[in-house]
Structure formats: structure tokens, C-alpha cells
Design a binder for this molecule. Structure first.
Ligand SMILES: [Fe+2]
Length: 393
């Protein structure tokens, strides 16, 4: 029952977009190009979107990988296509009208000029189609391992240059395989990190959780790694996830933390819970879980918090947490110049990258995998974070 509202509203939204795009395409095609192929695309697009969604839903509810991948990929394509058309077609028509009026004023609009104008504006629907294809393709590209320096005020000298591998949102199973994980881990290993953190949403195919943890635990870091939960751990079977972690030397910190020695320095590492089934206000939940998680943190320790959702950062800052590591947002899967286009969105304001608040720092990863295959300007990543002392704050 919990999923009925989000599922129904997503279906209504996707179909609404498809119908609107189809109407606009039919309308503007009649006024500009009058091409029979575009007429057919406009007519059949909502039906094709519906069939894609049915495949996708069948994949989700029957646990059928083939339907999940095919339906998810084609649905992603049609959503992008609809959105691109809705944005580009009115612009395209305005340019067409302007061109006609402008040319008419100066010269008689002969047939060749009219044709030139017509096909030039045709670039817009063609671009919509290309952008949709590119968005789907980019979600299948290899995970990047960028090296990012984070300046932290009050960083103990012993931790200067500490290299952290940050793994998040693998969503293993459908669009990200164990082979992909192995390949990414090899690149991470080559960067020689000191420690690694896994901030949730590890496996969408829960049968792969054991193998995933086995591979992750092979990272050759001098310090032990730590993990926290994401919402998908709850969706898929939290008990099974906990049992899988119990078999590995990788502690899953769930609403708790522990003090460890890193390069002779006391470091408190906490793992917040995820508010997936919470009935509280989101801020209240973060306040509660982050406070409980950091409760036993020694006064003098350097504090690191794993909070799957970056919303925990505000409380972390209030509690004097030095570094928070998050994921979950996937950077909205759409970005430009290393920032998410959804940055500052009230529901999840820390979408992707480095954020500063007083002396606290947050890094939100764009994630290694996807559960819905499109990414535009926001590639999958497993960053290596290098800590440096920052005098500026
Ligand atoms: Fe998540």
C-alpha cells in the first residue's frame, strides 16, 4: 500500500507528459513541416510509452530482469523525448514564425527559402530525439573515479592527505553488474585509498548482496571500511542485508557509530538510518537519527557521518560533524559543469558534489548505478576524496 501513491502518480505524470508532447508534435507538425512520419510518431508515442511502462512494471513486480531493463530503458527514453519536445517545440515554432515575418519583410518568401526555414527549425525535434538517446546511453557508461580534494577546517595534522574511497548507490542487479563493480574497484584500488565508505543502496537484486560485499571487502585499504543503509536496503529486505554484512569484515552502522584509530588519530564514524518508512517530518527524523548516531562521539575525535540522504547534513553541522558522506539523489541524474540542475531543490537541496556549512563539509555522490536509466551531464562516480586542512573558515 505504501507504494500505491508514488506508483500511480508516476504513471499519471509520465502519461501526461507523453500526451502533451504528442499533442504539441501533432499541432506544430501541421503548421510547419506536415511530415507523415512525425504525424505517426505523435499518434503512437503515448501508446508506446504505455507499453514501455507496462513492461517496466511487470519487471518490478515479477522480478523479471529482462522486462525491467527493456521497460525501464524505453520508458526513460520516452520521458526524455516527451520533455525535450515539450520544451523545444514552442521555441521552434516561435523561431519559424519570426523567420517567416522577418524574411517576408525584405524579400518575397520563395519556395526554396520557405523550405530552408522549415528544415532548419526541424533541428529542434531532431535534437530532442538525440538528447533522449544520449541520456539513455550515458547511463550505461563506465563509472568515473574522480579525485576530489576537500578542505576541512580543524583537520588533525595526522589526517592530512587521508584518502577516502566513497561508494554509494550501486543499485546492483539490472543496470550495474558485479562485473562493472569489479572493474570500478580495480580503479579505486589503483588510487590506493586509506579507507572506504559505502553509503547505501547497494543491491536492487538482493541475491547479489553477498557477492557485492565479498568484492567490496577485497579493497586493499590499510583501514577497515564502513557502511550505512539506504532506502533500497529496506525496499529489498533489510534482514537479508544485515545477515550478509554479518558475514563480512565490513561493519554496517545503523543508527550508531564507533571510534577507531586512523593514523594514530581518534576518528568517530557514524552511520545514520534512512527515513524510508518514517512517519515523522523529514527534518525531525534526521535530527533524531543523526543525534543518536553521533551520541557516543568523543569530544576530541574527528567526526565522519555516513547519511545516505544528504538531508542529514544540517543536523550534522549543528552537532559539529566534520565530514558527512551521502548519496541517494544521483545528482538528479541531470547536471552541467559538475553541478546538478536540481541543486537547491527544497526536497533534497544538496544534490551533487561538495557543500560547506561553517566548519562542516558534505560530499554527495552522484552514485555508481541507477534504477532508472538516464543520465545527462551527471555521470556515475565513485570518488576518491582527499582531506586537506582548510584555514579559510
Ligand atoms: Fe537512495
Amino acid at each position: 500500500m505504501k507504494f500505491v501513491f508514488p506508483i500511480v502518480s508516476s504513471i499519471v505524470l509520465i502519461l501526461g507528459l507523453a500526451v502533451l508532447a504528442s499533442y504539441l508534435l501533432a499541432y506544430f507538425n501541421k503548421r510547419i513541416w506536415n511530415i507523415s512520419l512525425l504525424k505517426k510518431i505523435a499518434r503512437y508515442q503515448p501508446y508506446l510509452t504505455t507499453v514501455s511502462m507496462l513492461f517496466w512494471m511487470a519487471g518490478i513486480f515479477l522480478g523479471a530482469g529482462f522486462f525491467y531493463i527493456l521497460g525501464g530503458t524505453t520508458t526513460a527514453f520516452f520521458i526524455l523525448f516527451s520533455v525535450s519536445l515539450i520544451i523545444s517545440l514552442p521555441v521552434c515554432y516561435l523561431i519559424y514564425r519570426f523567420g517567416q515575418v522577418h524574411i517576408k519583410k525584405r524579400v518575397k518568401l520563395d519556395e526554396s527559402r520557405r523550405r530552408f526555414l522549415k528544415y532548419t527549425t526541424g533541428i529542434f525535434p531532431a535534437a530532442a530525439f538525440s538528447v533522449s538517446g544520449l541520456g539513455v546511453m550515458q547511463s550505461f557508461t563506465n563509472v568515473r573515479v574522480p579525485v576530489i580534494t576537500i578542505g576541512i577546517p580543524g583537520l588533525p595534522p595526522a589526517l592530512e592527505g587521508l584518502k577516502i574511497a566513497h561508494l554509494s548507490d550501486l543499485h546492483l542487479g539490472y543496470y550495474f553488474s558485479l562485473g562493472d563493480l569489479e572493474k570500478t574497484l580495480e580503479i579505486i584500488d589503483a588510487n590506493k585509498p586509506d579507507i572506504y565508505f559505502v553509503t547505501g543502496d547497494i543491491a536492487d537484486d538482493i541475491e547479489k548482496i553477498d557477492d557485492a560485499l565479498k568484492l567490496i571487502c577485497c579493497l586493499r585499504t590499510p583501514c577497515q571500511g564502513f557502511a550505512s543503509v539506504g532506502n533500497h536496503e529496506y525496499y529489498r529486505n533489510i534482514d537479508k542485508v544485515i545477515r550478509a554484512f554479518d558475514k563480512r569484515p565490513l561493519p554496517l552502522l545503523l543508527n550508531t557509530g564507533t571510534t577507531v584509530q586512523i593514523k594514530g588519530e581518534n576518528v568517530y564514524i557514524g552511520g545514520a538510518d534512512d527515513p524510508v518508512f518514517n512517519r515523522l517530518d523529514m527534518n525531525e527524523f534526521f535530527e533524531k537519527t543523526v543525534t543518536e548516531t553521533m551520541l557516543n562521539s568523543p569530544e576530541e575525535a574527528f567526526r565522519i557521518l555516513m547519511s545516505h540522504r544528504p538531508g542529514g547534513f544540517d543536523t550534522a553541522h549543528r552537532l559539529g560533524v566534520n565530514l558527512t558522506l551521502s548519496g541517494h539523489t544521483h545528482g538528479g541524474q541531470i547536471g552541467f559543469m559538475g553541478r546538478s540542475l536540481l541543486d537547491g531543490w527544497p526536497v533534497e537541496k544538496y544534490q551533487w558534489g561538495l557543500y560547506k556549512k561553517g566548519k562542516s563539509r558534505l560530499y554527495t555522490s552522484s552514485g555508481m548505478g541507477v534504477w532508472f536509466p538516464f543520465r545527462l551531464g551527471c555521470p556515475a562516480e565513485a570518488p576518491i576524496l582527499i582531506l586537506r586542512h582548510d584555514n579559510s573558515a
